[in-house]
Write a protein that binds this ligand. Structure first.
Ligand code: HEM
Length: 488
């Protein structure tokens, strides 16, 4: 499955040779321990070790936001940002997501024809970016440069991921001064600039759409100031709440640290950049791989479709629109899709959107089998290729064993394995799950998904799990009245 990605090939070979963990030498006395045994991972995730130092390569882009903070500062930011993901805040997002998905599906309907395949990763990423901008930043799509700006942002994110991975692997590029003199360093700087222009544009579009990214960039702090002025006390918040839902940016601006101070502009920027990235790229990866998994398992796809049809109707304009217009019942239906939810989790287990995370051991650790590691070691936890285990062992470890759903191996992954799920500290987990369910439900009502055997995706480990050759699927439009294929 992973044969053409060198890094993955290397790790898979290690998994076969050294079940549990192995060592990767970087330079001098610096080594990374690659961990793929689920029991070892559980021990590490249960500790509060700081995030690894190599993440610092991402700070020119994402600043010092939640992703990279540690200790008390992390705790304070996390406490401030958690209300932005409260159940009530996420509620209205479901309809916004559904709107964005329908726009994407309308386009797919226009361009898909019987014999052609469609690369889905890119349009899904655009759709998720659009969704997160509307939900978290109250961005209005009418802005004239929205589409082009989003395209260049996605390209910049992809460049930054590639550059970061190659910098991690090359010790000569670790020094900042040397790196900035190289072509890689220059490309990183210009990609960072494009990504920052995009978030600047989001700030600006809140008050008045601007026509160029440069203008947007220049005025971002003015717009933040404007929002700050709107959100000075509880009364003004209530007034704003009457006009529109509070979004992520409102909550960020209104929240206070323990000493009563608010986030500085630099900290605010870091959180906005982090959420813009984490909020679109990981769910986009999840959705695309779930589509691929469902396309590869048509019987499971059909069972999901039948479950969704039993809740939302047959997907005909009247039924579909009714289900969507009544936001309350649509949200309610999201919690009533047990089989679809299981399939989503199974696909995320096989293709975890975040393939690995890194930690720096702050104290020695001893694993259940008695082996131990000293403090100061960097460990890389590989969710993508955990060591295979017999079903009985997986069950005793609390992994989700789904009857009839063992698509490959009963190994573990964060979102599908209850014992690990609680320990992976993703603040956007619920938002992501909603996005996955909305997208899968609405898509399966309108299309049958089929794989393209001539272009099997090749997973590659970037910051999120991508495919080297994209994800190509046949989309067969369903007849809304009967659920049958049209014209086939
Ligand atoms: C399928 C979708 C998602 C997956 C698989 C996922 C996975 C993860 C994982 C594994 C971590 C832990 C990283 C570490 O410990 O080093 C994490 C952290 C984080 N995620 Fe997600 N994520 C998803 C969606 C989202 C969304 C939608 C958002 C924001 C809107 C988000 C924002 C974050 C943030 C800010 C952190 C850092 C949290 C902290 O350290 O306190 N994620 N995510």
């Amino acid at each position: 499955m992973f044969k053409e990605d060198q890094n993955l090939t290397w790790i898979l070979r290690c998994v076969e040779k050294f079940p549990g963990a192995c060592l990767r030498w970087i330079w001098g006395s610096k080594v990374f321990i690659q961990v793929y045994d689920p029991d070892y991972m559980k021990v590490i995730l249960g500790r509060a070790d700081p995030k690894a130092d190599i993440y610092r390569f991402l700070t020119p882009w994402l600043g010092h936001g939640l992703f990279f903070l540690n200790g008390h500062k992390w705790f304070e930011h996390r406490r401030m940002l958690t209300p932005a993901f409260h159940y009530d805040i996420l509620k209205p997002y479901v309809e916004i997501m559904a709107d964005s998905v329908q726009v994407m599906l309308d386009k797919w309907e226009q361009i898909s024809c019987q014999d052609s395949t469609l690369e889905i990763f890119h349009p899904v990423s655009l759709m998720m970016l659009d969704t997160i901008m509307k939900c978290a930043f109250s961005y209005q799509r009418q802005c004239p440069i929205g589409q082009g700006n989003s395209q260049s942002y996605l390209q910049a994110v992809s460049d930054l991921s590639n550059l970061m991975i190659s910098r991690m692997k090359n010790v000569f590029l670790h020094n900042d001064i040397i790196y900035n003199l190289t072509s890689h360093g220059r490309r990183t700087n210009s990609a960072c600039q494009i990504a920052h222009e995009h978030t600047g544009f989001v700030y600006s579009s809140v008050s008045a759409p601007l026509t160029t990214p440069e203008l947007a960039m220049a005025s971002q702090y003015r717009v933040v100031k404007l929002r700050k002025a709107q959100l000075q006390d509880k009364e003004s918040i209530e007034k704003l709440r009457g006009k529109r839902c509070l979004d992520f940016l409102d909550i960020l601006l209104f929240s206070r640290m323990e000493d009563g101070s608010s986030l500085s502009d630099k900290e605010l920027r870091a959180e906005v950049d982090s959420f813009m990235f984490g909020g679109h790229d990981t769910p986009a990866s999840g959705i695309s791989w779930v589509f691929y998994a469902l396309a590869s398992h048509p019987d499971h796809q059909q069972r999901c479709r039948e479950e969704i049809q039993s809740l939302l109707g047959d997907g005909s304009p009247s039924h579909g629109q009714l289900a969507l217009q009544d936001g309350h019942s649509f949200r309610h239906h999201l919690h009533q899709m047990p089989y679809t939810t299981m399939c989503i989790k199974e696909a995320l287990r096989l293709y975890p959107p975040v393939p690995c995370v890194c930690r720096e051991l702050s104290s020695p650790v001893t694993f259940p089998d008695g082996r131990s590691l000293p403090r100061g070691i960097t460990v890389v936890l590989h969710f993508l290729c955990p060591s295979p285990q017999p079903k009985s062992v997986a069950k005793s470890r609390g992994c989700l064993i789904l009857p009839g759903l063992q698509w490959i191996l009963p190994n573990t992954a964060m979102l599908s394995c209850p014992s690990l799920e609680d320990q992976v500290n993703c603040i956007g987990k619920q938002l992501a799950m909603n996005a996955l369910k909305v997208t899968v439900a609405l898509t399966l009502l309108r299309f049958e998904l089929l794989p393209d055997p001539t272009r099997v995706p090749i997973p590659i480990q970037q910051l999120v799990l991508k495919s080297k050759n994209g994800i190509h699927l046949h989309l067969r439009k369903l007849n809304s009245a009967t659920g049958d294929h049209e014209g086939v």
